[in-house]
Design a binder for this molecule. Structure first.
Ligand code: PBG
Length: 337
């Protein structure tokens, strides 16, 4: 052991870390149930909940079970859910026409949840990927080699109005098409839905972390096997300036909340967007982020609860006002004691 020395320090930062009381007093960031939005998957029929292989603890729910889950989340203090449909294969077409069926699964799910738990906020994605055979977020061009932006936007506007009629509180355009926020806003207003908010997937990256989600909703095809990935519409993970430009365009077009997705690998984007806008910023801790924590915990390599909490704290600290996370229920449960 070296000789003890007496450091002549005025500032000793450890002074404020000495006791639990001091640490609580100086704590800068807290995740509460108010911050959380729970993504939930819904399927047709009355079957028992089916667990998603790569997402332990996450299930595809029938509408009846979805309503039960929403009641439970609401009781735990969670304010909002984001609903995703998994469609029967035989309802999928190249143009995704089922998205505009006024009685399609997701609309029935929204009506059921809003009827049972009216105070719980319901968010729903506005994008065609659950409905297309190829798994792309939009209608393909005549040549079939890209997604046709403007035709897709027309479908999205109509889809958003149907969702608003079903009672959704926030529509979440998630496909990164150009001009979709403005067109959706115009369509909603024209149909009298001035109070329906737009939570825009404003900076959504072309990410490998969506893999388990695509298994969950059965839209995996576009990601891996076909000619085209989602590179022509989702952002290049290398690009920071482009992400900000795209997000601020959504603000100019009338978005109410701007979202960054994924979250954990894009904390710099969350922080910069936080500083570039006065709108609320949301972050989506996506399926792959959830799966990797779960997998490491299963192997005994990471502590599930501590890693979960740290990952969410980091997203909040980066500047997110709200977080979509598959951990919503477990966090709310632990907070409720
Ligand atoms: C589709 C959509 C995706 C997610 C949310 N909406 C996947 C994709 O872009 O292929 C991913 C969510 C997650 O991974 O948890 N528009």
């Amino acid at each position: 052991m070296p000789e003890p020395i007496k450091l002549d320090l005025v500032q000793r930062p450890r002074r404020l870390r000495r006791t639990a009381g001091l640490r609580a007093l100086v704590s800068e960031t807290r995740v509460t149930a108010d911050d959380l939005i729970a993504p939930l998957f819904v399927v047709e029929g009355k079957g028992v909940p089916e667990e998603i292989g790569s997402m332990p603890g996450v299930y595809r729910l029938s509408v009846a079970d979805l309503v039960k889950e929403c009641r439970a989340l609401h009781k735990l203090g969670v304010r909002a859910v984001a609903l995703f449909p998994k469609l029967d294969k035989n309802l999928k077409t190249p143009r995704g026409a089922e998205a505009l069926n006024p009685d399609t699964l997701i609309l029935r799910a929204i009506r059921a949840v809003k009827k049972a738990v009216p105070e719980l906020l319901v968010v729903a994605d506005i994008a065609l990927d659950p409905y297309t055979t190829h798994g792309h977020d939009g209608v393909l061009t005549a040549a079939g080699d890209d997604v046709d932006n403007d035709t897709t936007v027309a479908a999205l506007a109509e889809m958003a109005v149907l969702h608003a009629e079903a009672g959704v509180d926030l529509v979440a355009p998630s496909d990164m098409m150009d001009g979709r926020v403005g067109e959706i806003r115009r369509a909603l207003d024209k149909a009298g839905h001035t109070g329906t908010a737009i939570l825009s997937y404003a900076a959504k990256f072309n990410s490998a972390y969506y893999g388990p989600f695509r298994e969950a909703v059965g839209s995996a095809q576009a990601a891996g096997t076909t000619l085209l990935g989602k590179h022509t519409y989702q952002l290049d993970p290398a690009n920071r300036r482009e992400a900000l430009k795209d997000a601020l365009l959504d603000e100019a077009e009338g978005a109410d909340i701007l979202m960054v997705k994924p979250a954990g690998a894009y904390l710099d984007i969350i922080r910069e967007l936080r500083e570039a806008t006065d709108l609320p910023v949301a972050a989506y801790q996506v399926s792959g982020e959830y799966s990797q924590i779960q997998a490491a915990a299963r192997l005994g390599w990471l502590d599930l609860r501590r890693t979960r909490d740290e990952s969410l704290l980091a997203i909040k600290r980066a500047g997110a006002d709200m977080i979509l996370t598959y951990f919503a229920r477990s966090v709310a449960q632990d907070l409720a004691g």
